[in-house]
Design a protein around this ligand. Sequence first.
Ligand code: UTP
Length: 237
Amino acid sequence: MEKNRKIVIKLGGSLLFSQNEEINVEKLNEFCNIVKKDKNFKKIIIVCGGGRIARKYITVMRKFTKNEAACDIVGIELSRINSRLLISFLGDIAYPIVPTLMDEVALAALTNKIIVMGGLQPGQSTTSVAVEVAEFLNVKDLIILTDVQGIYEKDPKKFPNAKLFKKITPEELSSIIFQETGTQQAAAGEYRIFDAVSFQLIKRSHIRVIIMSGQDLSNFKKFWKGEKEFIGTIIEP
Ligand code: UTP
């Protein structure tokens, strides 16, 4: 593996919280311990999702308001709280401030610390943020840790035998996204692995995106050690 690479990791909310909505302390520890044993990366940026806690707030808010942007802002705030939590787990090796603007990301990137951040602005997901940051800092690899093993031909939660793609192009991904999520992909808190914004950015940026499980971190561990064989989906033009 090429040494001194830069990498962006999107930490899906499903990794941060367990099914019963408790903070997943063990999983977070496991993730941080893998990342701490870094040999190959000169710059690491972690983008945290909002997770179940954000969805919970947004669901309640929608009972009182039709303002989706206001719901998005709550999602953003919670993703930043989650980021602070991760910073506390990482300790000294993390940049102590959660960047809220791209300019702040640029400043943080001048240090050798791990940058941990959440959302930026309404209308997108933290996956979009991860792609935006990768583009901005000229990062070639983006890892998305989520609650499934990668991209499947159909929703694996509804179709347990759905085929997992090892490699897929952005064009192939496009038809799957719109077939699976339809109009729902634009609602606050409802973004699936990719929302429309992140998908458009992936198409133009030529970033290599790897989707893998955040629940079983063994594949992430293999990837981190530089092994070529791991379960996940690589999106490449
Ligand atoms: P995500 O939906 O990205 O978090 O952000 P998540 O829970 O990690 O998602 P999974 O686990 O990957 O599916 C939470 C919410 O925050 C708002 C959106 O409403 C989003 O659904 N958000 C996040 C924004 O509006 N803008 C951002 O830049 C980021």
